[in-house]
Ligand binder design. Structure first.
Ligand code: F0G
Length: 461
């Protein structure tokens, strides 16, 4: 082998600079904590969790250079230099005319859909994330998911399972053109398994939207991971740089909503960016009502500085190679051990297929909840149900099983080492061993919307 051949081991392209302790808990302690929490892992205290894979949102490790950037934060109410540093970093990748900071992604969604939504309207997406769907529905509009058929099949092998079904979009536009204020495209498709969208698919969707005169917006939380998948999987893209791929995505859309708690490496933050002057003005007016003045939008100047630096780091190919490989490492190990999960692995998370692992639990007894609770009780691993608890309740109050019963193991950025992940693999093996004896849950208390955050459960049997 040549001395210059690439090494098999993909290493973390950083070393640890500051550490946080993890508190080791006992099985008995965890059983009691989760019972007190109504078997809802969102209600468990973080210090009672050993490995927290609840989300990759805002839970990543900031870099030395981000912490240094925080010192440059200028807290002027209006026109802070930190806003312009932030705006320039966003426009470097997403050259939209208006960049409106918000405190996180859902604030951008609320503002956008407050302007564009309303009764009788319909908003298509490949798959709406839960807050996006909730913000669309809150205005009285309908949120429609049009992901390709492979994107709904946990084991289908397709390089871009986040793609939108263009024929279905055309058909919807033919029937409801006047009711569609915007088409959304979630990159990567979080609720569909963190699966990427191809540039070719976005190009087609963009053409359909432009022909119909409908704006296209990206929900771009994980744009860098999506771009890396495009680079390694899409024919003809391997020579493109990550920033060029991101700009190609941006150019096909008219705007974006963004949670900066994902790929931009922030602990908080988001933005709304768009080209349309009139829409931007309406959005800024709403922003001022609840988020703040348009040059800070609910963020501190120091947050804006940290995000600008995070945007530079997240498009690094060395970082993305490590990031995508470390998620793949977990998925490969689970598949090898016969633990059913969604394949190919997504960018930010591995999704366990609870319906396949727990066939004895019917969808409306929430197999995903049972699996998530078992991972916590057995090993202190916190995950997130993405199934009938999250999506089963319809706007009219009825219950319908979700398309998939998944449990997401989301990997915070630059936070856990390979031995943490090896431990998670061992916990999953132990859960698989007891899987046939696990039983479902019933909901004993729930709010009218976004129930997965606060609902209380009771084990059945
Ligand atoms: N869109 C997508 C695709 C998301 O994944 C999220 C958040 C949001 C919008 C909302 O952003 O949290 O900043 O308000 N996803 C987190 C998750 C919560 O765990 O997947 P936010």
């Amino acid at each position: 082998m040549s001395e210059d051949a690439a090494f098999r081991t993909v290493i973390e392209p950083f070393r640890i600079h500051s550490v946080e302790p993890l508190r080791i808990t006992t099985r008995a302690e965890r059983s009691s904590r989760v019972r007190d929490a109504g078997y809802n892992l969102f209600q468990v205290r973080a210090e009672d969790v050993l490995i927290d894979l609840l989300t990759d949102s805002g839970t990543g490790a900031m870099s030395r250079d981000q912490w240094a950037a925080i010192q440059h934060g200028d807290e002027s109410y209006a026109g802070s230099p930190s806003y312009f540093v932030f705006r320039d970093a966003v426009q470097e990748l997403f050259p939209y005319a208006h960049v409106i900071p918000t405190h996180q992604g859902r604030a951008a969604e609320r503002i956008l859909f407050q302007v564009l939504g309303g009764p009788g309207r319909v908003v298509p997406s490949n798959t709406h994330f839960d807050t996006t769907r909730a913000n669309v529905e809150f205005t009285g509009a309908e949120a429609v998911d049009l992901v390709i058929a492979e994107g709904r099949d946990p084991s289908a092998d397709h390089p871009f399972k986040g793609n939108l079904d263009v024929a279905a979009l055309r058909e919807l536009i033919a029937r409801r053109r006047a009711d569609i204020p915007v088409v959304m495209m979630t990159i990567t498709n979080n609720s569909g398994g963190g699966q990427p969208v191809s540039l070719a698919n976005l190009r087609e969707v963009s053409q359909v939207c432009r022909d119909a005169g409908i704006p296209l917006f990206l929900d771009a939380c994980r744009f860098a991971e999506n771009a890396f998948f495009v680079k390694i999987r899409e024919p003809g893209m391997s020579d493109w740089t990550i920033p060029d791929i991101v700009r190609a995505f941006a150019a096909l859309a008219d705007g974006m909503t963004m949670s900066a708690k994902k790929d931009p490496m922030g602990n908080i933050g988001g933005w709304l960016a768009l080209n349309d002057d009139d829409l931007a003005m309406q959005c800024r007016n709403l922003l001022i009502l609840t988020e703040g003045f348009p040059t800070y939008g609910g963020l501190a100047g120091r947050d804006l500085e940290a995000l600008a630096q995070g945007l530079k780091e997240t498009v690094s190919e060395d970082y993305l190679r490590y990031r995508i490989r470390s998620t793949g490492y977990l998925a490969d190990a689970l598949v090898e051990r016969g633990i059913p999960c969604l394949t190919p692995a997504g960018g930010h998370a591995v999704y366990l297929d609870a319906a396949a692992l727990l066939p004895q639990i019917p969808p409306l007894e929430y197999p995903g909840q049972a699996l998530a609770v078992a991972l916590y009780e057995l090993g202190g691993v916190r995950s997130c149900e993405i199934g009938s608890v999250m999506f089963g309740r319809q706007p009219d109050g009825t219950e319908r099983p979700a398309a998939l019963e998944l449990v997401r193991l989301a990997i915070p950025r630059r936070t856990y080492t390979q031995s943490h992940i090896d431990y998670v693999i061992e916990v999953a093996e132990r859960v698989k061993a007891v899987a046939p004896s696990l039983t479902g849950f019933r909901i004993v208390d729930e709010p009218p919307a976004l129930r997965h955050f606060t609902a209380r459960f009771e084990p059945i049997g």
